[in-house]
Design a protein around this ligand. Sequence first.
Ligand code: NAD
Ligand code: TYD
Length: 366
Amino acid sequence: MILVTGGAGFIGSNFVLDWLANADEPLLNLDALTYAGNLENLATVDGDSRHIFIKGDIGDFALVSALLAEHQPRAIVNFAAESHVDRSIHGPEDFIQTNIVGTFRLLEAVRAHWQKLPNETPRPEGERGRGEGVSKQSFRFLHVSTDEVYGSLSASDPAFSETNRYEPNSPYSASKAASDHLVRAYHHTYGLPVLTTNCSNNYGPYHFPEKLIPLVIHNALAGKPLPIYGDGQQVRDWLYVKDHCSAIRRVLEAGRLGETYNVGGWNEKPNLDVVHTLCSILDELQPRADGKPYKEQITYVTDRPGHDRRYAIDASKIERELGWKPAETFETGIHKTVQWYLDNQAWVANVTSGVYQNWVGKQYSV
Ligand code: NAD
Ligand code: TYD
């Protein structure tokens, strides 16, 4: 049994679906179901007895402690977070609460549980019963983080490596940096067996349409403006979400304790290029009724305050040490993604009703 937090969000739900498709091991999914959490993402595993869903907060020490005692997971993968930079600029409070205080309380519950685990070497796989075989040494806490903790690169800087200094610039990245430091400290101070991954921008199915790629697909099809912040020349390094999931599985399996692993797809793209690519794919797969190109909907808007200019990930450590490689190129991944959104318009309609309406269109003023 593993415990996944935030498993109803974008990356977490992709991870849960992949896990259940690839392993027989059951999975406990703890998610607070904020605006970003959506059980519809998990509809295909509804009724699967290997998936146990619990609605709750990672910051609820009593709940987490009870879940750990009852289910005795061998590992925890912590996805739960507030994840949207623009929201963190409009209101940082939730980011501090979940990403910093929530991670801290989760770590406290995990530490108390882990300290009670036996020291013995686990018995061979076939001889274990439920919960048996989890020892202090075999237990893992994997913290899922972002490359945004490293700050912003200039055009000539080398890509972020694991030894880069932390220089977070947004309330989101500062809160993730704080959580990474707490995870690190729990390893150095208490010996908690932790692993941290710092990944570049993900894209793919179940991505909430507040983030650039799903927002552009959604707005294009709805005939709405495609908002480009500033000059659109900011660079992001894109990774298909399933490749992030396979990297996390690999780090969980073979990562060295206390280490951090950068995860990325070697796919640096200026935002404007990404938006042009999305428009061209849509022109091909679902042309506009008036026959005009979707790129006519591109609209330049006020830039995000403190907007990081460039992110780029050097993923050579995870490739060299753990033999991980992404399966998708940007071209294959982005085609799959656009096709998924075209095939899942009901999902998009559901997540864009309600709370979404209060957010989208909220742009920066000069
Ligand atoms: P998301 O916003 O789509 O999902 C977050 C999930 O966490 C939601 O299901 C939400 O309900 C849940 N959650 C929020 N607060 C919670 C709390 N207090 N207790 C329990 N559950 C809570 O985020 P995502 O894009 O799937 O990102 C997942 C993780 O990966 C985050 O830690 C994020 O920092 C990290 N990450 C994201 C990206 C990216 O491109 N999206 C890249 C690198 C790292
Ligand atoms: P986003 O998807 O919010 O991810 P992040 O800020 O974590 O990188 O944004 C990706 C890039 O796209 C970022 O440089 C901001 C830019 N962007 C726009 O130009 N317009 C938009 O409407 C959004 C949401 C983002």
